[in-house]
Write a protein that binds this ligand. Structure first.
Ligand SMILES: [Fe+2]
Length: 282
């Protein structure tokens, strides 16, 4: 069992996700926000701005005139893609390392998270859900509890393996049993300490739908479903993906059909290629 005091100290030592991510979400999913509001928030963070501009000015776009502002970037890429890029760039430092306790090498969890976020946004669009940027970001950062928990998972690997293999626990249930907290709860705690919205904290806390009653929350269900799809598509999920509970009633509750699923899988490859191309340029 890990004490709360230890966990709080660990979270304080983490490299945080820049505040711009939370501020961007607050305006991006607000119906009255304008493009200018969004540009203003991104501009406030010089590192993210520089990174977005560098991407826009890469050879990929072959621009005659350099893109010099976030407004120019929005004109080039469209507002949705600039928001996505800024959010992805915000999280990459904090979440791009290795999590050996989960069997994840450097960058593997991050790539999985980006894939999962793209899928979550596709699910949100397909079902016309509100708050698509919140859903995207929640899917992107939902596993951040693993950054702290991975060394404790490594220390308790024998116990966790026994619970999973011999007692039919899911990996998350085994984390909770062995360590007193699972990565979803810890992720919610981190999001709270970093002052993300209560909505975001709630989605992260329940992203595995460990509480059955939560499946009616469509945003949480969309993040959960995207996680399942991502696993089915073979993302670098690490050891916990081998002990995952798929709850098929979620598809029913969301009104998500087999056709929706195949359309999303068909579009995902192209969307992921675009994002990967953009990120490699930066
Ligand atoms: Fe998770």
């Amino acid at each position: 069992m890990i004490s709360l005091q230890t966990l709080v100290a660990e979270v304080k030592n983490l490299q945080p996700i820049p505040a711009v991510a939370g501020q961007l979400l607050a305006v991006a999913d607000h119906p009255d926000s304008s493009m200018a509001d969004i540009a203003k928030v991104i501009q406030y963070d010089p590192v993210i701005t520089a990174s977005v501009l560098r991407t826009c000015n890469s050879a990929y776009f072959g621009m005659k005139h350099p893109v010099e502002s976030i407004k120019d970037a929005v004109n080039l890429l469209g507002v949705d893609q600039v928001i996505e890029l800024a959010l992805i760039k915000s999280g990459s430092q904090a979440l791009g390392g290795s999590q050996k306790g989960y069997g994840l090498d450097a960058g593997e969890m991050w790539k999985y998270s980006v894939s999962s976020a793209i899928l979550a946004k596709q699910v949100a669009a397909r079902l016309s859900l509100k708050g698509k940027n919140t859903i995207f970001t929640a899917a992107l950062i939902k596993d951040m509890g693993k950054v702290v928990l991975e060394k404790y998972v490594a220390q308790s690997s024998g116990k966790i393996a026994d619970l999973v293999e011999n007692q039919h626990f899911s990996f998350q249930e085994a984390e909770k049993k062995a360590l007193g907290i699972d990565h979803a709860e810890l992720g919610a705690m981190i999001a709270k300490m970093w002052k993300f919205s209560p909505r975001m904290v709630n989605i992260i806390r329940h992203h595995h739908l460990s509480d059955e009653t939560k499946s009616v929350d469509k945003q949480i269900a969309a993040v959960y479903l995207a996680d399942c799809l991502c696993m089915m598509l073979g993302g670098g999920v690490g050891s916990d993906g081998l002990a995952y509970r798929f709850k098929d009633q979620v598809m029913k509750e969301l009104g998500f059909s087999a056709v929706d699923m195949s359309m999303i899988i068909a579009d995902f490859g192209i969307n992921m290629q675009e994002v990967e191309a953009l990120l490699q340029m930066a």
